[in-house]
Design a protein around this ligand. Structure first.
Ligand code: AHR
Length: 534
């Protein structure tokens, strides 16, 4: 494999950058909130000499389903709403999402995708049919359809990823949807798009053939779906220069047989295979655990569960390698994130949940894992964007708050499209009862301007970490500057609320010492840190 070398300017002047005062104060800070004073001591080698693949920006993708208050209220308020909007899309939410540089957005589901018929969502809004949302309840007015979704993508600068309907649709319906969106011809469907207000065709680079066809998408066996996939994929055509990447429904968790069958029977016809994995504190779908009420035990159990995704990625990738040694087919983790029980007594919409520092830690761990597996993981879409599951943003009428997970995506966006730099991390375990997880998680990348980005998560809620890090690989290299941010609070279940929207947000990080190519860091307990090294 081609391993590009890291370019660090190696002037012989050795500049020592010391942020001594805050560094020395760091253990005291932990003391102030009553945490264990003895740190976890770790070492980290940043292997600039072993640069890996490009981290596909799409790993920082999002997912927006017609579910609860995500589309309606969360994104779409309609043109006549008193909530400030642009063509019906709320300005505050769009502005906040723009800050994340959302690279790709998956829509309209989820389970909803296999009951969605695209013709319901085009043309004059007052003439669109109202349909029951059979998966998630309520009536869908279809006010938000193809044009509104693609308008949102253009506002955000995100690539559209449309999830087609296999469960209750037909290849013809799928084929015509793509023609409607992407054809520049004078075909009847392209003309219909023009009549509906859009002259130029859109580019639609990603299209999936169904969702969870082993479950809500049709309860299929892998052998049956593999054939269905091949049939539907045949009719996904490229019009007017649009190039569609065809994505097949992949496994969930450890459903290895599904991957084996899909790869052996249909790898040639696909550019991507999905993986779904949700983090439940209890690992039990009948009582998942609370989003906001938890202690050390539930915190630890949540991290044990979330870390399993690495094993699933590695094992599914190993199966994919058997059929696709060139890693042409991407593993698309197009649903991931935390899933908790509904808060008792609160009805804020289906699958609405609050988001705490624990979710930020989960996000940081998962994004580090995806970065480190950038050779195979080409897309990931957190579930979901607004008001549903592990959301970036929560809304209540005209109010909006940014979640701790939002801030992790904002801090980590520097990795988008950068080159993976492997890290070797040696850290103590963080144990509760008999179970144990590494106390730290890390990933690094180098962007096109040569800046190194290092993201670190301290999983231990009680001990700060003292990390001796060094940049390995370029002789005589000197770290000239370090800047960064940290996301943490004293309480593990700290969250932003509509009453207190700024309870948790990133602050500048200055607890480090630099000497040549060595860096000593003091990372607070239960925190996410992202640093830029020059
Ligand atoms: O994200 C919520 C649901 O979880 C999706 O609709 C479905 O694909 C998955 O089971």
């Amino acid at each position: 494999m081609h391993r590009p070398r890291m370019v660090i300017k190696t002037k012989s002047v050795s500049l020592t950058l010391v942020s001594a005062i805050s560094f020395l104060l760091m253990p005291g800070l932990d003391h102030a909130v009553g945490q264990v004073r003895e740190p976890n001591k770790a070492t980290l080698v940043i292997r600039v000499d072993q640069a890996g693949p490009v981290i596909n920006k799409n790993i920082y993708g999002q997912f927006a389903e017609h579910l609860g208050r995500l589309i309606y209220e969360g994104l779409w308020v309609g043109e006549d709403s008193p909530i400030p909007n642009t063509r019906g899309l709320r300005n505050d939410v769009v502005a906040a999402l723009k800050e994340l540089h959302v690279p790709v957005l998956r829509w309209p589901g989820g389970c909803f995708a296999d009951e969605y018929h695209w013709r319901d969502g085009i043309g004059p809004r007052d003439k669109r049919p109202k349909r029951p949302n059979a998966s998630w309840g309520g009536i869908d007015t279809n006010a938000f359809g193809t044009h509104e979704f693609l308008d949102l993508c253009e506002m955000l600068g995100a690539d559209p990823y449309i999830n087609g309907n296999v469960g209750s649709g037909t290849p013809q319906e799928m084929m015509e949807w793509i023609e409607y969106m992407t054809s520049d011809s004078d075909s009847t469907l392209a003309q219909l798009r023009r009549q509906n207000g859009r002259d130029k065709p859109w580019k639609v680079p990603y299209f999936a053939v169904g969702n969870e066809t082993w479950g809500c998408g049709g309860e299929m066996r892998p052998e049956y779906y593999a054939d269905e996939y091949r049939r539907y994929a045949t009719f996904i055509k490229n019009y007017s220069g649009n190039r569609v990447q065809k994505l097949a429904v992949g496994p969930h968790d450890d459903y290895y047989k599904w991957t084996e069958v899909l790869m052996s029977e249909a790898a040639k016809q696909m550019q991507g295979l999905s993986l779904h994995f949700y983090t439940l504190p209890t690992s039990d779908w009948s009582r998942k655990g609370s989003a906001i009420e938890f202690g050390d035990k539930e915190w630890h159990a949540t991290l044990v569960r979330t870390l399993r995704i690495e094993e699933f990625i590695e094992k599914h990738s190993a199966i994919m390698d058997k059929y696709d040694g060139q890693k042409r087919v991407g593993l698309m983790v197009d649903e991931w994130g935390t899933w908790y029980d509904r808060e008792p007594g609160k009805d804020m919409g289906a699958l609405y949940q609050q988001n705490t520092l624990r979710d930020a830690v989960v996000a940081g761990i998962n994004l580090n894992i995806f970065n480190r597996h950038a050779d195979r993981v080409q897309m990931a879409n957190i579930a979901q964007m607004v008001n549903v599951l592990q959301a970036m943003i929560l809304t209540d009428k005209e109010k909006m708050i940014l979640t701790p997970t939002y801030y992790v995506f904002k801090m980590y966006k520097v990795h988008q499209g950068a080159t993976l730099i492997p890290v070797e991390l040696t850290a103590p375990e963080y144990k509760v009862d008999q179970a144990s997880v590494p106390s730290l998680s890390a990933s690094a990348s180098r962007d096109k301007d040569g800046r190194l980005h290092l993201s670190l998560v301290n999983l231990d809620p009680n001990r700060f970490a003292e990390i001796s890090a060094m940049v390995e690989g370029v002789s005589g290299s000197t770290i000239k500057s370090v800047t960064g941010e940290v996301l943490t609070t004293s309480r593990m279940n700290a969250m932003n609320t509509f009453e207190n929207p700024n309870a948790i947000k990133p602050t500048p990080f200055s607890s480090f010492k630099v000497q040549g190519s060595q860096l000593t860091l003091s990372i607070p307990a239960k925190s996410v840190v992202v640093l830029e090294l020059r």
